[in-house]
Design a protein around this ligand. Structure first.
Ligand code: SAH
Ligand code: SF4
Ligand code: F3S
Length: 447
């Protein structure tokens, strides 16, 4: 009898979250699941099992509103079968469109912004009480940023938010409008959270923020100070962070990374966006090509063996062929092991969307293709240095079919090798046998 009751309850309240966008959103979706679990919603893996569907949207590029429309459209049949099914949109499209989204997508029951995640249980209970069509997209500009890291099954490696929002206003970017003003979490809370995660078996944390190196705690500690504190005052084995802004990356940060190298990974994601100073200026990035190169050299000299990855935009308004070629040539100077490259996409509220000389889709696609071709050559040469090296790999997963383990080296390289399941969570030496541009194949060395 009891089992039946529980099952009925589970069928009644079950939630599916569909996640788009960056790690920030991945982490926010985890938070939504955790908060709703406390309100007796069982997480499910497919939308057809759910009584509540949330689309955690991203609006950084390409037709994001359209994506929300088409995803909600796919749920029409489910809603016809079950009129009690509730569908909501959160994340950056919700913050951008606000109540307009409810009007444009009639199947939706609620919209909540990026600062309203903690209100989710209340929003849902209002809906359950019969409130139809809820919107909650206010920004908390005044309140301090105080949250607790909520992850259901953190596993070996997990994310910890350290800042929210962004004040940089790069001219192409919608994030300052969808995530609001920058706020930092308290240092003491972060240390407490990370220690709690360690007790739950977490070995690696990635400190998350749109611009982590402008972190400033209430007591004046900067990002280097935070890294030092996490290294010294917690037992976490590995620390990563993303994303650091090139203009704020200083010698102090490189020195802290080198000093605490045992814990802080040898990997920097440093988004350059363009290799041409004039384009960088129109993007409002706050550095020139030369300054970026000097910074990369400074980091390399301070942390020998460090690996880099980057984000690049091709076809920014007015970008000439010559300026695009500067981006290609920059990749020959600063050797990024991975590159996340995108076609420029005009975003609402942003300055660049109003710039003249927008490029055609065909021009942007052609440049993107050329950029990837150029980078493929660089990456396939660069990875060869790992062959025959023994890397320390933190094991994250065991694949029972192939009986292979997957883990990452401190340089953020994905490594596959044979081994037993009980190694998950351990850091083991692996000799690299074959290196591909994005992954490495290795052999476990016996300690
Ligand atoms: N805060 C991070 C970036 C967040 S957005 C930083 O400053 O690096 C992630 C990436 O999306 C950006 O680095 C940029 O390369 C890309 N991006 C942002 N807006 C874009 C746009 N309008 N068109 C194309 N790519 C964009
Ligand atoms: Fe966007 Fe620039 Fe802020 Fe990154 S730093 S989130 S690219 S405005
Ligand atoms: Fe997208 Fe918002 Fe992240 S626009 S990239 S989900 S901050």
């Amino acid at each position: 009898m009891e089992v039946e009751n529980t099952e009925n309850k589970m069928v009644d309240k079950s939630v599916f979250v569909s996640t788009y966008g960056c790690q920030m959103n991945v982490n926010d979706s985890e938070r939504m699941y955790s908060l709703l679990e406390m309100s007796n919603y069982k997480p499910v893996n497919t939308p057809d099992q759910a009584s509540l569907i949330i689309i955690n949207s991203c609006s950084v590029r390409e037709k994001p509103v359209h994506k929300v429309h088409s995803e909600v459209g796919r749920y029409r049949k489910l809603k016809e079968k079950n009129p009690n099914l509730k569908i909501g949109v959160g994340g950056c499209v919700a913050q951008q469109e606000k109540k307009k989204l409810l009007k444009d997508v009639p199947l939706l029951d609620f919209v909540f912004g990026t600062d309203a995640i903690d209100e989710l249980p209340k929003i849902i209970s209002d809906l359950e009480q019969g409130d139809n069509k809820v919107v909650s997209t206010r920004f908390e500009h005044q309140k301090p940023y105080q949250i607790e890291t909520l992850v259901r099954n953190p596993g070996v490696a997990t994310f910890v938010n350290i800042t929210k929002g962004c004040d940089n206003f790069c001219t192409f970017c919608v994030v300052p409008f969808t995530r609001g003003r920058e706020r930092s979490r308290k240092l003491s809370e972060l240390i407490f959270d990370i220690n709690t995660l360690v007790k739950r078996g977490v070995k690696e944390v990635t400190l998350l923020g749109q611009n982590v190196n402008s972190y400033k705690s209430e007591c004046g500690v900067n990002f280097s100070g935070l890294l030092k504190a996490v290294s010294e005052d917690t037992d976490i084995e590995r620390i990563r962070y993303t994303t650091s802004h090139p203009k704020d990356f200083d010698q102090e940060l490189a020195d802290v990374m080198q000093k605490y190298r045992e814990k802080i990974c040898d990997y920097v994601h440093l988004p350059v966006q363009s290799g041409n100073s004039e384009v960088l200026q129109r993007m409002n990035r706050g550095y020139t090509r030369e300054e970026f190169i000097d910074k990369a050299i400074m980091i390399q000299e301070s942390i020998p063996g460090v690996s880099f990855s980057s984000d690049i935009i091709v076809g920014f308004p007015g970008e000439t062929e010559k300026q695009f070629e500067d981006t290609l040539s920059l990749m020959d100077v600063v050797k990024f092991e991975s590159v996340y490259a995108f076609k420029y996409s005009p975003r609402p509220f942003t300055k660049a969307a109003k710039f003249e000389e927008q490029l055609t889709e065909a021009e942007k696609s052609q440049r993107l293709h050329r950029l990837f071709e150029h980078h493929d050559q660089i990456a396939s040469q660069l990875c060869k240095k790992y062959e025959n090296q023994t890397l320390h790999v933190l094991v994250e997963e065991f694949n029972s079919k192939s009986r292979r383990l997957m883990g990452r080296s401190t340089q953020n390289k994905v490594v596959h090798f044979e081994g037993s399941e009980d190694l998950v969570g351990q850091t083991v030496p692996v000799k690299i046998i074959q290196a591909f541009a994005q992954t490495l194949r290795g052999e476990l060395q016996f300690q």
